[in-house]
Design a protein around this ligand. Structure first.
Ligand code: ADP
Length: 453
């Protein structure tokens, strides 16, 4: 048989094996040697073309079956040459290596996906051209994107921001990392802190991590506003006290008419200052949960009566009537001192913001398994647009009027926090020039007979 005709059929499996070896980066010498040995043996055996063809068919079939997930070659098949069996064994070990590597790769890919999808930060990965090729679950809600697929998109198509686009391109082309913060407008504006980094030296492309810092920035603003507000609130009485004290020092002390008036103002302002500091401390204790409220059964009629007694002199001074309608058996679960403080703040406001001759009523009831107390006045009322904000620290509808009335702007914030700490809440209903009703809700004490009757 001519040598060419014998070697030609060897070419096919040789190419298959060589390709596999190349793919797997396996031990090339083993296969080269096996192939040479096989060819040598076949030729030295002086095999007929038909026999050679059968051996090669066997080898080709086995290779195909293994590639399709078939079992390893059984030992001791009589018609199989030892050399072919050796080659089949090498293919089996290649197959085993390939399978193990596949399992490891699949495992790694699944772990990576689980980690990415478990993150609260959004992540996208781009190719060398800056096109998104992969992203995690958290990214879509962060971008509030309406587009159906994020992959295959350019950064500019997902977020209209040149700085982000530039950062991605710099990471892809110059391997430069950058950090930027941007605010997305829309229904729910959000602030994103974004870190863009190149992938790796031998892996072109970039990765970006999106962190939603909206709440963080809001809290920072609240803190800054609070500090500014406190400084402003403290400065007002301090400026008055210093001004009048200096005027007295400058000779007014000897003025028998002005001196007592100025001393009176200094006294009033220092009281205001101390109220402000007290309220601030109370709020800060509540917010840092330093005060541990002691829950007990609170007879709401008694708490309302004590609070009313405190503000009655002021109400009577304005010709106002305070009437209480709280059933004596209405028992809430709360801290007695805190409940009284809540009612006192609400009654104090009702008297403060109700003109002379007005009426303040306190109603108590058990509704849907909760204690409800309503403090209703016939005062100036609150426009709807202010109603949700009056529980914020220092928020006042009318700054001038509140200060004239001696308010610190913290009373309702304290009410809200105290109630929250007792598992309760406060609501307001109001009509300008008609009056306001502040309603508080508290858990019903277990043994309250109002619960059943
Ligand atoms: P202030 O010390 O200014 O009274 P609060 O926190 O107690 O502070 O109340 C916040 C603002 O809510 C007040 O400045 C006032 O504008 C409004 N407000 C509170 N209670 C009443 C009420 N009963 N009637 C009308 N407005 C009220």
């Amino acid at each position: 048989m001519p040598l060419r005709a014998t070697l030609l059929p060897l070419l096919l499996p040789a190419v298959v094996v060589a390709t596999l070896v190349a793919l797997l980066d396996g031990p090339k010498e083993v296969f080269a040697a096996a192939l040479v040995a096989l060819a040598g043996s076949l030729m030295s055996l002086g095999m007929s073309r038909g026999t050679l063809q059968r051996q090669l068919d066997l080898l080709a079939r086995h290779t195909r079956e293994r590639a399709e997930g078939g079992p390893p070659a059984p030992p001791g098949v009589p018609e199989r040459l030892d050399e072919v069996a050796g080659l089949e064994g090498a293919i089996d070990s290649l197959h085993a290596q390939l399978s193990a590597r596949n399992v490891a790769l699949t495992q790694e890919a699944r772990t990576l996906t689980a980690v990415l999808d478990g993150m609260t930060e959004g992540v996208w990965v781009t190719d060398a051209e800056g096109t998104v090729v992969r992203h995690n679950d958290a990214l879509r809600p962060l971008l509030a994107s309406t587009s159906s697929a994020l992959t295959g998109q350019r950064p500019l198509a997902l977020i209209r921001n040149e700085a982000l686009h530039d950062a991605v391109m710099r990471a892809c082309r110059e391997a430069a990392s950058s950090h930027l913060e941007l605010t997305l407008d829309g229904h729910f504006p959000r602030t994103l802190s974004i870190r863009v980094t190149p992938l790796a030296k031998d892996l072109p492309g970039s990765a970006a991590v999106f962190h939603d810092v909206t709440e963080l920035r809001r809290l920072e603003k609240v803190r800054k506003d609070f500090v500014a507000n406190v400084s402003h609130e403290l400065r007002t009485p301090i400026t008055a006290i210093r001004g009048y004290a200096e005027t007295l020092q400058g000779g007014a002390l000897n003025d028998p008419v002005m001196a007592p008036k100025m001393v009176e103002i200094i006294h009033r302002q220092s009281e205001r200052l101390s109220e402000l500091v007290e309220d601030l401390l109370e709020l800060s204790r509540l917010e840092s949960r330093e005060v541990s409220l002691k829950l007990a059964r609170v007879t709401l009629a008694d708490a309302a009566a004590r609070a009313a007694d405190t503000v009655r002199p002021k109400a009577e001074g304005k010709g106002q009537l305070i009437s209480l309608h709280v059933p004596p058996d209405l028992l809430a679960e709360g801290d007695p001192r805190a409940v009284e403080q809540v009612l006192l703040n609400l009654l104090d406001n009702a008297v403060k913001y109700t003109p002379a001759g007005g009426q303040v009523d306190v109603y108590g009831a058990c509704e849907q398994g909760r204690c409800v107390v309503r403090v209703k006045d016939t005062g100036v009322g609150i426009e709807a647009r202010h109603q949700s904000r009056i529980f914020e620290r220092f928020y006042r509808v009318d700054k001038g009027r509140s200060r004239d009335m001696g308010g610190t702007g913290l009373g309702l914030a304290i009410v809200k926090h105290l109630l929250q700490a007792m598992d309760g809440e406060v609501k307001v209903e109001s009509e300008p020039n008609e009056g306001s009703t502040f309603t508080i809700f508290l858990p019903l004490a277990a043994s309250s007979s109002a619960a059943t009757g």
